[in-house]
Design a protein around this ligand. Sequence first.
Ligand SMILES: Nc1nc2c(ncn2[C@@H]2O[C@H](COP(=O)(O)OP(=O)(O)O)[C@@H](O)[C@H]2O)c(=O)[nH]1
Ligand SMILES: [Mg+2]
Length: 387
Amino acid sequence: MKFNRSVDQHIAVFGESGSGKTVLVSSFYGATQEPDFLSSSLFDVTADDTGQGHRLHKNYLGMRDSARRPDTTRFSSTPYAFTVKLRDTGAKVSKQESFDALRLVWHDYPGEWFEQDVSGPEEAERRIATFRSLLSSDVALLLVDGQRMLDNAGEEERYLRSLLASYRTGLLKLKGDLLEGGKPLVKFPRIWIIALSKADLLPEGDVFAFRDLIIEKASDDLTALRDVLAGFVQSPEALSAGEDFVMLSSAKFEPNRIQVAERIGVDLILPLAAMLPFERHIKWVDRMHMPAKVAAELLDGLGPLAVALLGRTGKFGRVISLLAPLGFKGDELNAAMRTAVKATSDQLRSMNADALAKRDYQSATLSRFRLDLEAGEEKRVLLRSKR
Ligand SMILES: Nc1nc2c(ncn2[C@@H]2O[C@H](COP(=O)(O)OP(=O)(O)O)[C@@H](O)[C@H]2O)c(=O)[nH]1
Ligand SMILES: [Mg+2]
């Protein structure tokens, strides 16, 4: 088996207009262009489309230097594609061993489409095409607008219930067009994270408080949304909708200043997109009965990630080096995935240190991503489903 040269991870960001989507992607990308990031990180992030990258960077600089907010982008729905490339491949990598780069494809759904009816058949077509590409993601973020939570303090249910209902009805309306012949989809985001945007406006609360508020005020609506999502997929037991929570703030917005360095959770987006499907899909395939086609789709691309994570230097390294010239077979990939997914925090830490010392930057980057998620949980910015 030959590995893909690049592993693609798609993330779909759903949010009403004004909920912070454009600022989020600008802050994510802009931060990766800062000298601090360039000097400390093992990898570069570049926008596949240079013009798009410049626009995002310009948005970021406008905020950083002139407290200027990005223009509102109505009805634009081009996905952003970023390539995450190791700056130094370090110790020599055999061609078959793993991948060159991770690609992060970020689908930003124009919120207005949830709120308004389409203006004509052309827009209707475009809306369906956009949705199809969004729903080919592995992970979806559903934004809950922190500003609206603040505006409705004490009666958040007014906002939350209508927000969840609009996601639900928006999806239901398009269901007929999205499912060909009514057949449930195999490829569909199976991890729907609820994200509080503009979390800087609610400095008192942590991710537990956020989760509790959602459950207390809108659990019926969340269940209804989950049922709708389950209606889209084959093997709906392999679905976590509304079981993971994250706090996000793209910057600290002050009247005359936008502090872009004061971010919350933005640096978790890449680790979430890269490692959450990895951790969860492998577990699901092991624990649940599902058609082979679904299992294959869930594990697609995860073998190379596992091999890269285990690295060429740790205790698995020797086996991997011996097998690499022969090409990997299913069983070995399976073993690698099971081993990698079970790694404990201590093992991840030692894998990371080992990999850094031996200049295996792929393994170092991927183990760091998983450690970042753990650190996010410790800081109460992230809450992962325990299932
Ligand atoms: N306090 C705070 N305000 C934000 C944040 N992100 C966005 N905003 C505000 O929300 C407005 C709308 O954000 P935008 O990203 O354009 O929303 P979009 O329509 O979802 O793309 C911005 O102009 C900011 O004023 C954030 O992280 N914190
Ligand atoms: Mg926008």
